[in-house]
Design a protein around this ligand. Structure first.
Ligand code: TYM
Length: 343
């Protein structure tokens, strides 16, 4: 056994993913996608539509491929440039599944049992959940490490999964006496966008599984729907404070101010210096206007991509070919390190 004293010294690479289950919402956009767009200027970026993760809960086979195209369309519309970043579907690159199996044999039951997302998603009847849902975070570690991903831009809800990825990378390096082989992927969880809350309950995360569509803004919503959802968003009867501390104990106010800040590219303090003292009667219309201004161009570009599935398919094929070129040599090395026959 080695002490893994040699640390990873390979190239930096950004990796992240999203599930093709349901519409993308403002949380996905402000928590992750907006950062992905920025990162492609500075790094090699790999962005994966995780259809294998999606089937850990039932999906309609007639819709999965078109949902995958829809996610790709949203990414492209938001500014992901497929000439620079790789955009592809997870199931079209075998390295994900191959490495996931090996990592299933590296990760410990106790580590995976601690994952709160499994407990939330499986609910009370966890005996009936799929085995895939249980090992979901192990596949996530394989996603990142099949590319030796060093930086992972995600929302705050993914923090625990990222910690598991780091533990798996470290244990693999140690168990197989391969110091520094896998990097310790670093989560990039940034600003108030990292945790966008439901518009109906500021203590609950904005989520595609919330039964109320009024709880979230979908990237595909038209301008009137966005304005209506913001108008109906839960708030309180006090004026906005002038200082950030004044938002404590006011989850709905904090959420709406946070959304404004990320959309405007400002800090919370800057937003409050403009709106402090105003009630929601003035703030909500300003937020609705800003949201429509920022999201409408994305929505309309997304509709254009969705109307041209052949173009989106070409982009996904090209992305998959590039992703295979990077991940196959890494998997060949993994097979050799593990000691598989023929490696
Ligand atoms: P998914 O599809 O559930 O979420 C995609 C991204 O959106 C972020 N997000 C949010 N951010 C802020 N506020 C919210 N309310 C909100 N809701 C969602 C998520 O944090 C995520 O960044 N397990 C991942 C998919 C995945 C992955 C990976 C990510 C699979 N393999 C490898 C990174 C690296 C997920 O839950 O996606």
């Amino acid at each position: 056994m080695s002490d893994d004293s040699k640390s990873y010294d390979g190239p930096e690479r950004v990796f992240s993913g999203m599930q093709p289950s349901g519409d993308l919402h403002l949380g996905n956009y402000l928590g992750a996608l907006i950062n992905w767009v920025r990162l492609q200027d500075e790094h090699e970026c790999v962005y994966c539509i995780v259809d294998m993760h999606a089937i850990t809960v039932p999906q309609d086979p007639k819709k999965l491929a078109s949902q995958t195209r829809e996610i790709a369309s949203a990414w492209l519309a938001a500014g992901i440039d497929p000439e620079r970043a790789m955009v592809y579907a997870q199931s079209s690159v075998p390295a994900h599944a191959q490495l996931a199996w090996i990592f299933n044999c590296v990760a410990r039951m106790g580590w995976v049992e601690r994952m709160t997302q499994f407990k939330d998603k499986a609910g009370k009847d966890s005996e009936r959940a799929s085995v895939g849902l249980f090992t979901y975070p192990v596949l996530q570690a394989a996603d990142i490490l099949a590319f030796k991903g060093t930086h992972v831009p995600v929302g705050e809800d993914q923090k625990q999964h990222l910690e598991l990825s780091r533990d798996i990378a470290e244990k693999f390096n140690r168990d197989f006496d391969a110091p520094g082989f896998f990097p310790q992927p670093e989560p990039l969880i940034q600003g108030p966008g990292a945790r966008i809350m439901s518009l109906k309950d500021g203590t609950k995360k904005m989520s595609k599984s919330d039964p109320s569509d009024l709880s979230r803004i979908n990237l595909i919503d038209d301008a009137d729907t966005i304005a209506k959802k913001i108008k109906k968003a839960k708030s309180d009867s006090d004026a906005l404070p002038s200082e950030t501390e004044g938002l404590e104990g006011r989850p709905e106010a904090a959420n709406l101010v946070g959304i404004y800040a990320v959309l405007a590219g400002q800090t919370t303090a800057q937003v409050l210096s403009e709106f402090g003292g105003d009630g929601f009667g003035r703030f909500k219309p300003a937020l609705a206007e800003l949201a429509v201004e920022k999201l409408s161009p994305i929505t309309s570009a997304m509709r254009d991509y969705m109307a041209d599935p052949a173009q989106v398919d070409r982009i996904l094929e090209q992305g998959a070919a590039r992703a295979r070129d990077i991940s196959e040599p890494i998997l060949a090395e993994v097979r050799r390190i593990v000691g598989f026959w023929g490696s």
